[in-house]
Design a protein around this ligand. Structure first.
Ligand SMILES: [Mg+2]
Length: 289
């Protein structure tokens, strides 16, 4: 079922999810902070506004599917799924603990409700999403398949093989979202292995290309809702984001790709996050945890 939360409700949820991410990673003492904070607005918008799904019946056949191809962004997905009701919020504190269902990267093996596929080996998620979208077409089901990718991930060759397949099979039910924060573990994407002209590349592979601000919920929702879904082309959304969004002292700093806060930094980051949301809400609505 679609959850049609309004924009200020959604922003409040992103605040809570970002607090969850900070706490989870601080407790786990390992994980990927920058990208998880950066992609939060996209993941929350999908689960609380854009997609048809059912936390009470996670395997509902007609649900829209999400493939988190950039599996290291799992904290954002886990926190969003818990807040949507897929599993107890308390379980978030078990991230990366021995025996947990919240593995460092999503795993089908632990049967966490809401997880559609194992992921984290970069470049593989688009092929999985192509398979899901093709299966839906063959079965004449009209659900959507959404994959989420890091921009550095697009340097994997398997992405482009899957991109070719998606347009060949006219998978208009498939949307790939690229978390375009311009950064990857080793630095700026254009310095490591340049991606540009990125929009033109996707177009050349037969995709419809859209762009938006991936940290602006209104903009992202508007662009996602402009996707045709019934045409002949798959769609890619190049979502411009800021790594570490919400905590100004770590924003746009690739050293925070795979780093976690110390206890002191955790307190500072929470305070920065509260201030950021007080600014967004004109110092009214966002309630500190
Ligand atoms: Mg990136």
């Amino acid at each position: 079922m679609t959850r049609d939360s309004n924009v200020s409700e959604l922003i409040n949820i992103t605040f809570q999810v970002r607090l969850d991410i900070l706490e989870m990673l601080t407790l786990a003492k390992s994980g990927h902070l920058g990208g998880s904070l950066g992609v939060t607005d996209i993941v929350v918008s999908l689960y609380f506004n854009l997609l048809r799904h059912s936390p009470e019946n996670p395997r509902w056949e007609l649900r829209d599917r999400v493939v988190l191809s950039a599996g290291h962004l799992a904290p954002a997905l886990y926190a969003t799924l818990a807040r949507a009701g897929y599993f107890p919020i308390e379980e978030l504190k078990t991230l990366r603990q021995l025996g947990t269902r919240l593995q460092g990267h999503p795993s089908l093996g632990v049967e966490l409700p809401g997880i559609e596929t194992s992921s984290g080996s970069l470049g593989q998620g688009l092929g999985i999403a192509v398979g899901m979208a093709l299966a839906a077409k063959i079965k004449q089901q009209n659900h959507k398949v959404v994959s989420i990718h890091g921009d550095g991930e697009l340097q994997e060759g398997a992405i482009w093989e899957a991109a070719m397949s998606a347009s060949h099979y006219k998978l208009s039910n498939l949307v790939a979202i690229v978390d375009r924060n311009q950064l990857q573990i080793d630095g700026h994407t254009e310095d490591v292995l340049s991606l540009e002209p990125l929009a033109e590349k996707w177009k050349a592979f037969g995709w419809e290309v859209k762009q938006c601000n991936g940290n602006d919920i209104k903009d992202f929702i508007q662009v996602f809702n402009s996707v045709g879904f019934h045409g002949t082309k798959p769609t890619v959304i190049l979502a411009n984001t800021i790594m570490g969004y919400g905590v100004p002292s770590i924003e746009n700093d690739n050293r925070w790709h795979g780093k976690v806060p110390t206890n002191d930094e955790y307190e500072s980051f929470k305070e920065q996050l509260r201030k950021k949301y007080r600014d967004i809400f004109g110092r009214s609505s966002a309630q500190p945890k």
